[in-house]
Design a protein around this ligand. Structure first.
Ligand code: GNR
Ligand code: NI
Length: 170
């Protein structure tokens, strides 16, 4: 296992559209090790989700754990939302946009189909924070960030704030 570097806004690599994973690869040791490294990286930050895109792997999968005690790791490979309803507003953050938080409106209830860590397809209907997180991670796989839901002016303020943070920490 290893901690992986996380790409940060406005890195253009975060805009890459990820390609589907060959389902036969999921149970291979190399892929399983990558999942372990992604969980390790996510827990270390700490975060509740991490999309492969954020660690410069442009394939359609992500790891999530929204539990309080980090006891419920979930893997979604080739996720697809097959139903959604309602709306919720949640103050989102992102490991690729550190220190920035903003309200985003998303579907409240979703049904997602994906392949799990065991290589088997599954379907999950959920709401609340897990639904927010799944939608946030799936955006990453399409090269989309939560700051894209902000006005261009606010997004520019975010870019400047991050650039300043970088300068100060250098
Ligand atoms: O750790 C994270 N917290 C979070 C809070 C509200 C909405 C979405 C998230 S996901 C984020 C981790 C991350 O950046 N995943 O891509
Ligand atoms: Ni994110």
């Amino acid at each position: 296992m290893a901690l992986l570097p996380i790409l940060e806004f406005p890195d253009p690599r975060l805009r890459t559209k990820a390609v589907a994973v060959d389902p036969a690869r999921v149970t291979e040791p190399e892929f399983q090790q990558l999942l372990d490294s992604m969980f390790e990286t996510m827990y270390e930050c700490p975060g509740i989700g991490l999309a492969a895109s954020q660690v410069d792997v442009h394939q359609r999968f992500m790891v999530i754990d929204v539990s309080e005690d980090k006891s419920r790791p979930q893997v979604f490979v080739n996720p697809q939302i097959v139903a959604k309803s309602g709306e919720q507003v949640y103050q989102e953050g992102c490991l690729s946009v550190p220190g920035i938080f903003a309200d985003v409106t998303r579907a409240n209830e979703i049904t997602v189909q994906a392949i799990g860590r065991d290589g088997q397809p599954f379907e999950l209907s959920t709401d609340g924070l897990l639904a927010v997180c799944i939608q946030h991670e799936m955006d990453h796989l399409d090269g989309k960030l939560f700051v894209d839901y902000l006005s261009p002016l606010k997004r520019e303020m975010v870019r400047k704030k991050l650039a300043k943070q970088k300068r100060l920490s250098a």
